[in-house]
Write a protein of this length. Sequence first.
Length: 507
Amino acid sequence: MEILNLLVGGFAVAFEPLNLGLVIFGCTVGLFIGAMPGLGSVNGVAILLPMTFLVPPTSAVIFLAAIYYGAMYGGAISSIMLGIPGASTAVATTFDGRPLALKGHADKALIAAAVASFVGGTISVILFTAFAPPLAEVALAFGPPEGFALMIMAFATFVGLGGDDVAKTLFSICIGLALSAVGLDIISGEPRLIFFDLPGFFHGINFLVLAIGIYGIGEMLWTVEVSKGNVEMSKATVSVARLITALKEISKTWKTMLMGSFLGYFVGILPAAGATPGALMAYGIAKSTAKDPDSFGKGNIAGVVAPESANNAASTGSMLPMLTLGIPGSPTTAILLGGMVIWGLEPGPLLFINHTEFVWGLIASLYAANLFALLINIAFIPAFIMVLKMPFTILAPIIFSLCVVGGYVPTQDMHDVWLMLIFGIVGYLMRKLDYPLAPAVLAIVLGPIAEPAMRQSLIGSHGDVMIFFNRPIAGTIMVIAILLLLMPVFKMIRDRYKSKPGPGQPV
């Protein structure tokens, strides 16, 4: 009852005219920031942070949180419409969202992304409201060994549950891990894998450079080759009848939405994990539990629903350790944390006691931001559909320009633009040779998270690898990961056993 009273007070703060206006404005701005390749929620919140000094601290954080929410919704737009992930959190959405758009079902994919985002966001905010203190303690129990074990499980999900060639999947992961190691050693500071001594490699390979190259340039080259220059544009349309039909089909994926929402939220509350691992793991689990896993990657609506519900749930979950422990759960919440400190709001357990109005106003604003982000997203679907109706001779240069801008923005280094073009050619060749792209992208995203966790764990245990097994949480996760890795072997043995002729059967 006390929580309900506090939440009602929070809604009174959130629905003040200034705060409500900032929620709507923030969601709209965030939607377009998320849709722009190379920007994403991190850059959007960082760029607009100075604007918030014009309003009170509570209003400022509500505005930045609304941008965060809008950007999480917006990341799916460029993934579906152009095949270019707006941010790392939307990579998994590209796998099935883009094929749906190419089949003329862009409206269905966009609606599915919006509805799944809304469900994921709503469930996560309810969990946030009801279980903040105990969940914060769970997050605190996750140290480097548990973090590394979780990353291993994410890799194992793709190997054990994917329908692709296991050898090619492992090769793709190894390539991604090698690329994620480029730069300076995190312990010694020594340069490693600095190809041809080019200074641009010292800052490592930015994930967006790889993703935009592979999914933007690579897919464009593949489209031109497959169509032999005569690209037939999608006949996607949007109407009330199609909207109702799409909602009926999306409603059948409610189990996938719930799985993505809960998984995304609990991965999101882990310090430094963020939404990307949650979205990729949700996609892998949805694929493994589906009746038709082979349809994933070819336009299965569940392949859009799973990652979108997960990444939006994780965006809310990542705020939990920030508010209760002062530990950012993602790069975007790290910027929010910095803003709170500047405004004199010290994150931690005492924040819920000393600044009750701020905390519950922020939580209530997340409910409002989630609703307005859904409405704004659906309202703009007809405008997004128009993109697909553009002639390819116009659309291709636009995609290429966005790719170049997206490759340049993160580091403002032309080295990354050239690297993006090279990755585009590599992505095209991998597609041509039927190598899965998703595991390589997964590896370059999770590699920089997994390596520090592994090295911190081994330093703390003086090189004893059993630290990953003798801690209850880490050990459980590692056992699950090992079982997932062994699943292809079990499947092979089972298939061989089934293929053996029984007694009395002809050999």
